[in-house]
Write a protein that binds this ligand. Sequence first.
Ligand code: DC
Length: 229
Amino acid sequence: MKKINIAIDGYSSTGKSTLAKALAKELEYTYIDSGAMYRCVTLYAMREGLIRKDAIDKDGIVEALGEIDIDFVNENGDNLTRLNGEVVESEIRKMEVSSLVSPVSKIKEVRETLRKLQQKAANSGGIVMDGRDIGSAVLPGAELKIFMTADSEVRASRRYNELKAKGVDVSREEVAENLKTRDELDTGRKENPLIQVSDARLLDNTCLSTEKQLEIALSWAKDAIESRK
Ligand code: DC
């Protein structure tokens, strides 16, 4: 069976990665978390003192891009993100990174560099990639494009519970505010903003279980694979 590429885009905390991982597992495809790549650049910039709450050294970040190596390793079924060989999976999920990642992902050169890496990874097919611009800019030729959305209150609650379960000390208001800000920045930026492309299938999962979402996405994937044969 021919392997296709699947692009999953959508707002923050709509369950893109949960669906993408499950879909990749079912189809025996490779999952690529493009948001983790933007988070890695942000973490690197923070560690190097190139970014603080109120100021971003854009030129410094662009210059540092050549020093940043990002890859993913699979450990016991878990997809772990590595920054220059170091597993940074939990660090890149922290609120500090979440609140700085959108301004970093606005930088044109950052987007160009990561886009090339993402396209290279998807060259041979068999990829499920999630993010904000996958269907529109990274993999416009993907055979299946899914756009995910959900009610903002539901998203905030899901994210808050997720962070609490991980032991992160955060308030629900902080989480809701971060999601709102990221939605605005992701949809409002000049470079490859988050949009639903015309050939993307809409998945509003406000009232859908993860199992139901997988069932729907799998049937779409099977259709796309069939018509590719
Ligand atoms: O998917 P995520 O929440 O981990 O992504 C973190 C941030 O990275 C998100 O707020 C916007 C940015 N991003 C992007 O601009 N383009 C992508 N393809 C993926 C993420």
